[in-house]
Design a protein around this ligand. Structure first.
Ligand code: GRF
Length: 185
């Protein structure tokens, strides 16, 4: 049986789009009801769900609703792609070992929400992109695959950022395939 994936994204969703163009995606989940990723999903014909943490009494209740969705759709692998929340114990205990994330730096360098900007500000000659398993820490889970991305002397941060994103668009599909997710026929 082919592995069924769900993609979680909080905002733009360019990684989601790259993935959905190559692989069947059961659904997209966003923790923001007005996220642009939801428009991308509609255009690509991928079902989507959106609800917000603040609509629930607790993070546990919010994640319980997510776990129900994952179970209903028999999801094998949760693919975080710009999902800007820390995965809490409710979701993690139900799906640990079945959640991956992409981070726009060469972990353990520059973890956290500003990996590109932090690398840029540190003046590194190269940064990178990492796909890793999700654990209870922030960008601390076991690394699956990472690539280096150079920074050129004449880069602007926009050019550097675009190069990082291009590397993401290559790496995430490669990792999905290596984990047994089958491309669209
Ligand atoms: C990506 O850089 C990803 O590595 C990070 O958040 C960004 C999401 O971009 N976790 P997008 O929403 O896929 O365009």
């Amino acid at each position: 049986m082919a592995k069924k994936i769900a993609v979680f994204a909080s905002g733009n969703g360019s990684n989601f789009q790259v993935i959905a163009e190559q692989f069947p995606v059961e659904f997209v989940f966003s923790d923001h009801r007005n996220a642009y990723v939801l428009e991308r999903a509609e255009q690509l014909g991928v079902p989507s769900y959106a609800f917000e943490l603040k609509e629930f009494d607790s993070k546990a209740d919010y994640e319980e609703a997510i776990v129900e969705l994952l179970a209903e759709h028999e999801i094998d692998l949760v693919v975080l792609a710009g999902y800007m929340k820390i995965v809490g114990s409710t979701l993690l205990s139900a799906y640990e070992g079945r959640i991956i994330n992409i981070h726009p730096a060469y972990l353990p360098e520059f973890p956290g929400a500003h990996g590109i900007e932090d690398a840029w500000n540190a003046g590194v000659a190269e940064s990178g992109v990492t796909v890793h398993w999700v654990d209870s820490g922030v960008d601390t889970g076991k690394i699956i695959k990472q690539v280096r991305v150079p920074r050129s002397a004449d880069d602007t941060i926009e050019i550097f950022e675009a190069r990082i994103h291009e590397a993401e668009y290559q790496l995430y599909p490669e990792v999905l395939e290596s984990l047994g997710v089958v491309k669209k026929g």
